[in-house]
Design a protein around this ligand. Sequence first.
Ligand code: TXA
Ligand code: MG
Length: 349
Amino acid sequence: ILPVDKSVRRLESHPSIQEAASMLRNGEVVAFPTETVYGLGADALSDAAINKIYLAKGRPADNPLIVHLSDRDQISEYVTSVSEKARRLMKAFWPGPLTLVLEHSGKLSAQVTANLSTVAVRIPDHPVALALITAANRPIAAPSANTSGRPSPTAAAHVYDDLKGRIPAIVDGGVTGVGVESTVVDCTADQVMILRPGGITKEAIEAVVGEVTIDPALAQRTGTATSVAPKSPGMKYTHYAPDAPLVLIDGGVAFFQDQVTKAMNTGKKTGVLVSAELDDYIQADKKVIVGSRENLSTVAGALYESLRAFKANEVDIIFSEVFPETELGVAIMNRLYKAAGNQMISEQK
Ligand code: TXA
Ligand code: MG
């Protein structure tokens, strides 16, 4: 573990950054913080280095990686063209949690793009990530630094729990801020399409480029047996699963408590994931508070850590509150539906 205090000046010459950068240049994988979640980085120009990412995570080979840059000028090297709308999005949201899918120029490792004609790119808004990419002097491919299928890591300890013994180093820059991953948008056609909801909301994107569409596959709540394949390969896989089955509860507090009590009465140890607003109304064997409904960025920030907080030996089943599907709530509910394998119990109204 290579500790870095993100507030120090001239981070690029910090010994931890120097060491991590030299590992990246030597074809090793290194985990590092971004403003969304920790990433598992490797040199995006090297097939051998990128292979190590897929191996360490147990990631399916058909799921391409996001390429992280530290400077806008680097992009022209790796993509064939940047549309006017894409340019406006970069200007508005970079550095930040927005990933653009563009046609690539063929210079990156084909493993990064899983042999697609497009590449996903972003500039992260985190001083440690930016210093590391700059010091490595390479485009850095980085998926979330979790074992495939687990909740994404928002602290170095989560990376350690998942990948210890499988990767040589973690740059520890403290807990990440946004908590959910970047929004992925397809900018290869004139009509911008959201492929994965994330830290930048649809509303914010539309304020910059006008109306955008959402990949229709995202509206299906039918697990992996979808009839329409999502355009973003990663969206078809099971994701974010906690150590015990998760069920979403769509209803009032009395209905919610009823579901928990019923499970308790069958001898199950119960866990609940609720906002601070529901704290007084819901009792269970283990309760984790996931931010405040009044401020969905607190829910996003705490979501993955909260899912990781339930251990298999502690609870047999977890019940979670649901959140309004507007603004950041869209990304939060996308992750919760996936974590629950789409299991939801709704109150008849
Ligand atoms: O916030 C984030 O985006 C984090 C941090 C580390 O930057 N990274 C991240 O990477 O979430 P990952 O690999 O867990 O998710 C990348 C997503 C996947 O759903 C993948 O299928 C999609 O982006 N993706 C990558 N390249 C693509 C492409 N060329 N076309 C469509 N989707 C693509
Ligand atoms: Mg991921």
